[in-house]
Design a protein around this ligand. Structure first.
Ligand SMILES: *[C@@H]1O[C@H](CO)[C@@H](O)[C@H](O)[C@H]1NC(C)=O
Ligand SMILES: *[C@@H]1O[C@H](CO)[C@@H](O)[C@H](O)[C@H]1NC(C)=O
Ligand SMILES: *[C@@H]1O[C@H](CO)[C@@H](O)[C@H](O)[C@H]1NC(C)=O
Ligand SMILES: *[C@@H]1O[C@H](CO)[C@@H](O)[C@H](O)[C@H]1NC(C)=O
Length: 449
């Protein structure tokens, strides 16, 4: 039961906290100045001219985008509305409350250092960025959204080092039980203003194999909520049957920075087409499915002896130095369509060649995917040599120029603290737009049940 008496009291308490913690006006001012500083710094840092080119990119290069045609996206994606980039003040009125959960839900996992660095680590990165964000409110009565920081991808198996996420559903349920029994906000909206991260293969289905993921579906308890997930496709799929924002996989910004310091983006690119990763020569049938739908096998068998292709099947920690030397970087699907290579190749100036039919890419409002990547149908991988050769002869220079726009790199990386335009900032914008759409629904009054 939440009486209005209790509400008033806690409101007063929170207002006091807010007073001491959060000088909103001052911080907004700081944020604005900071924004300009960062913009100035970045544009000076690399390719000042590309910033200007990029502003006009849509006029010159958006005609040949048949492969990226707009299809009806059968999901409840939050990113599909039209939105004016001029509206930079969208975040000014947004308020996000971050639950403080016992450490077994999040910080305990950080004892393994990999937890905050591997490709699923956006769950950690977004949490950290929000803790220091201007949109953070300490008064839950004032909040538009509630962030629930549960880390589920950090349980690395001692056998093969892969994350084991079998516990994800129970850990999340337990967190929801805790917040819904101790505070009124979950019950108030049935979780619809609550935000979770699901950065694993099949996102909100919390399983690495598609058939199991599909059979399990989105946990009942999350079905009303908003999920930030790496998984996204343009067709109906049970693992996006929930309000969602497609986010990029996590690549540590420090690793990108140190690679670029050693190998500048405009340096020599002596590798024509690059791929390093799992390529099974004889893929196994795992409950009716083959890894990468056998696309990677086809790439290996077709181009292994082709001098234009630099293909490696073993792991190598220094692979970023190879990306930065490459013209084209292949990004074929794995079990799921998305791949960390999408972010790494763009951040390191290599043209991503996306081979994952129907993939839905992160932040289409901010990232002009058709201008900065190539899409090759899974069925056409046999033709990769010809396709890439053709692009190299025609529009490669234009694509590269678009890629080297530093705003692209920024929008796909999670920084701490948040940088204007970076990945967390894009997430907040998606939330702000959602708020604009459903303000009245989200602000229903606290009831006693
Ligand atoms: C971590 O994963 C293992 C499987 O590798 C599982 O047995 C264990 O319960 C998980 N840990 C937690 C805390 O859920
Ligand atoms: C929210 O609803 C659940 C289930 O109806 C109930 O057990 C819980 O006490 C409620 N929480 C609050 C804070 O009232
Ligand atoms: C893969 O295995 C499934 C059973 O799990 C079987 O039904 C299917 O025919 C197999 N597919 C191929 C191509 O071997
Ligand atoms: C470059 O050319 C390819 C193949 O003709 C085409 O699919 C792609 O959309 C073009 N990209 C840009 C940015 O012009």
């Amino acid at each position: 039961m939440v009486s209005s008496e209790v509400k008033k009291k806690s409101k007063a308490f929170y207002v006091r906290m807010k007073f001491s913690n959060n000088n909103r006006h001052g911080r907004t001012q700081f944020y604005r100045n900071f924004k300009y500083l960062v913009c100035f710094f970045l544009s000076g840092y690399l390719f000042t001219s590309f910033l200007i080119t990029a502003t006009n990119k849509t006029t010159s290069l958006s005609k040949t985008t048949a492969l990226h045609r707009k299809s009806t996206i059968a999901s409840r994606a939050l990113f599909e509305s039209s939105y004016s980039k001029a509206n930079h003040d969208l975040l000014k009125d947004l308020k996000v409350y971050i639950y403080e959960l016992p450490s077994k839900y999040n910080n305990d996992w950080l004892s393994n250092e990999r937890c905050s660095k591997h490709l699923f680590a956006s769950e950690v990165a977004i949490h950290r960025a929000l803790l220091g964000a201007d949109v953070r409110t300490f008064d839950p009565y004032d909040a538009d959204f509630f962030f629930v920081p549960v880390y589920v991808s950090c349980n690395f198996s001692t056998v093969n080092g892969f994350p084991a996420i079998g516990h994800a559903r129970s850990l999340i349920s337990s967190a929801v039980e805790l917040i819904s029994s101790s505070l009124p906000f979950w019950n108030r909206s049935r979780g619809s203003d609550h935000v979770f991260v699901a950065s694993h293969d099949f996102g909100s289905c919390f399983h690495t194999l598609e058939d199991v993921a599909v059979a399990d579906g989105v946990p009942e308890i999350l079905k009303n909520s908003i999920i930030l997930q790496t998984f996204g496709v343009q067709y109906d799929h049970p693992c996006q049957a929930v309000k969602n924002v497609v986010i990029p996989p996590y690549i540590p910004p420090e690793s990108v920075r140190s690679t670029i310091e050693k190998w500048p983006l405009d340096g020599r690119r002596d590798i024509f087409a690059f791929f390093r990763g799992k390529m099974e020569v004889h893929p196994k049938n795992v409950s009716g499915r083959f890894y990468s739908k056998a696309v990677r096998t086809k790439i290996w068998s077709t181009f292994n002896n082709d001098r234009r292709f630099y293909l490696r099947r073993n792991r190598f920690a220094g692979y970023q130095s190879e990306i930065v030397r490459s013209v084209f970087c292949l990004c074929p699907l794995g079990w799921a369509p998305w791949s960390p290579r999408l972010v790494e190749s763009l951040a390191l100036g290599c043209v991503p060649v996306i081979i994952a039919d129907g993939i839905r890419l992160p932040f289409p409002e901010a990232v002009p995917w058709p201008d900065i990547s190539l899409t090759v149908a899974e069925n056409d991988v046999g033709e990769l040599g010809k396709i890439l050769q053709h692009v190299a002869k025609t529009n490669l220079t234009a694509i590269q120029k678009n890629i080297w726009d530093p705003t692209i790199r920024r929008s796909l990386l999670f920084h701490d603290p948040i940088q204007p335009g970076d990945a967390t900032w894009q997430v907040l914008h998606a939330l702000a737009r959602e708020l604009g759409r459903s303000h009245s629904r989200l602000r229903s009054p606290v009831s006693s049940q």
